[in-house]
Design a protein around this ligand. Structure first.
Ligand code: FE2
Length: 342
C-alpha cells in the first residue's frame, strides 16, 4: 500500500513537472496582455560611502534591496582595466518593434565571437551579454567594491559590457527562477522595470523556459511596478523570479551580475526550479561561453538555449501587427524614466 501511494505521488509530481517543462510551447494571446493599473514603487535603498559598503552590509542580502553611493560622492572605475576579449552583438539600425515583451533587435550579421573590450569602448554599437572577462578583470571588478564577502560566494557571474549609440532595450521581460542576484553597475546607467516574484509567478503565470521564466499574461489585478535607474556604484540584490526589463543607456556601460544558489531558491518553488533545471539540461545550447580555465570564480555559461528560441517565437507573436496595451504602458514608463537622465 505504501509503495503504491509513493508511486502515485511520484507520478503526479512527474506529470506536473512535465506540464511545466512543456508550457513554453503554448501560444500566447494578445488579449491576455491588456491594460492593468499599477503603482510606481521605489526599491528600498541604503546609502554607503565609497569603499566602505562593508560598514553597513555584512553578508549577501537575500531581500530586494539597493545599496547606493552617497549622493555627494563619486564612484570611480577605470574601464581600461577590463582588457578582455568577449563575444558581442550589435543592434539593427531599424527595428521592426521596440518592446518590453518581445526580443530586442539584435543584428545577427554583426555578431562577433571575439572583440576586445577596448574596441567596444572605442567604437560604439557593441553589446556583450553574459560575457566572461579575463581573470585579472574579474579581480579588479571585485576588488573595486570592497564587499564584506569573497567572490566565491557567487557561483556564476555574467558581465554586460556595452557602448551603444542610443538608449536601447537590451532585455525584454524575463526572470531567473534559480538563483539570487547581485547586480553591480560599474559605469553607465540602465533603466529597469521590476515585478516581484508574487506578481510574476501568480498574477502573470510565469513559466520556465530553460533557466528563465517568461510570462503568460499581464497581472490580473493592480500591482506594484518597480522603476529604477542604476548608477555607477549601485549594488542591487534581487531574489529569484523577480522579473525585469532592461534598457541600457547610450555610452560606455559595464554591469556584472553575480548569481548565488541557495537552498531557499529550490524550496520556494520546487517544481518550477526542477523544470527549469531539466529544461536547461535537456535543451541544446545554441552557443556557450564555457568556463574559464583555472578560475572557479568564472565558471559560467550562456543560457541561450534552443528552448528559449521556441519561447521567444511565441513571445514575438505578441508584437506582430502592433504592441499589446500592457507593452505600450510599460514602454511609456520605461522611456519616461530613462529620459530623466538626458
Ligand atoms: Fe536578467
Amino acid at each position: 500500500m505504501t509503495v503504491f501511494l509513493f508511486i502515485v505521488i511520484l507520478a503526479l509530481v512527474a506529470q506536473r513537472i512535465y506540464v511545466k517543462m512543456e508550457a513554453h510551447t503554448l501560444p500566447l494571446r494578445k488579449e491576455d496582455f491588456g491594460h492593468v493599473n499599477y503603482t510606481i514603487t521605489e526599491i528600498p535603498t541604503t546609502y554607503y560611502s565609497v569603499g566602505k559598503v562593508s560598514d553597513i552590509l555584512k553578508e549577501w542580502d537575500g531581500r530586494f534591496h539597493l545599496y547606493r553611493v552617497n549622493p555627494k560622492e563619486k564612484f570611480n572605475f577605470d574601464f581600461h582595466q577590463l582588457n578582455s576579449k568577449v563575444r558581442a552583438k550589435a543592434f539593427l539600425d531599424k527595428c521592426k518593434w521596440e518592446s518590453t515583451l518581445c526580443s530586442p533587435c539584435f543584428d545577427s550579421k554583426k555578431m562577433v565571437t571575439e572583440v576586445s573590450t577596448e574596441t567596444i569602448f572605442n567604437e560604439s554599437g557593441y553589446y556583450a551579454s553574459f560575457a566572461k572577462v579575463s581573470d585579472e578583470a574579474v579581480k579588479y571588478l571585485w576588488d573595486s567594491m570592497n564587499l564584506p564577502f569573497t567572490a566565491n560566494v557567487a557561483q556564476l557571474e555574467h558581465a554586460f559590457i556595452a557602448n551603444l549609440k542610443t538608449d536601447t532595450i537590451t532585455a525584454g521581460i524575463h526572470a531567473n527562477p534559480m538563483t539570487y542576484s547581485m547586480g553591480i553597475q560599474f559605469i553607465g546607467r540602465k533603466t529597469w522595470l521590476f515585478w516581484d516574484h508574487d506578481v510574476y509567478l501568480n498574477d502573470m503565470r510565469a513559466i520556465p523556459a530553460a533557466p528563465i521564466l517568461i510570462p503568460r499574461q499581464a497581472p490580473g489585478r493592480p500591482y506594484p511596478l518597480y522603476v529604477y535607474t542604476s548608477e555607477p556604484g549601485d549594488i542591487l540584490f534581487f531574489p529569484e523570479s523577480y522579473a525585469h526589463v532592461v534598457l541600457t543607456h547610450s555610452g560606455p556601460n559595464v554591469l556584472v551580475n553575480y548569481r548565488k544558489f541557495f537552498p531557499m531558491n529550490l524550496f520556494r518553488q520546487p517544481l518550477t526550479w526542477i523544470a527549469g533545471r531539466m529544461n536547461g539540461w535537456l535543451s541544446p545550447v545554441i552557443h556557450s561561453a564555457g568556463p574559464v580555465a583555472g578560475n572557479s570564480m568564472q565558471q559560467q555559461y550562456v543560457p541561450e538555449k534552443k528552448i528559449n528560441q521556441v519561447a521567444y517565437v511565441n513571445m514575438d507573436k505578441l508584437c506582430e501587427g502592433g504592441l499589446t496595451q500592457f507593452d505600450i504602458d510599460m514602454l511609456e514608463v520605461l522611456k519616461k524614466e530613462a529620459a530623466k537622465y538626458h
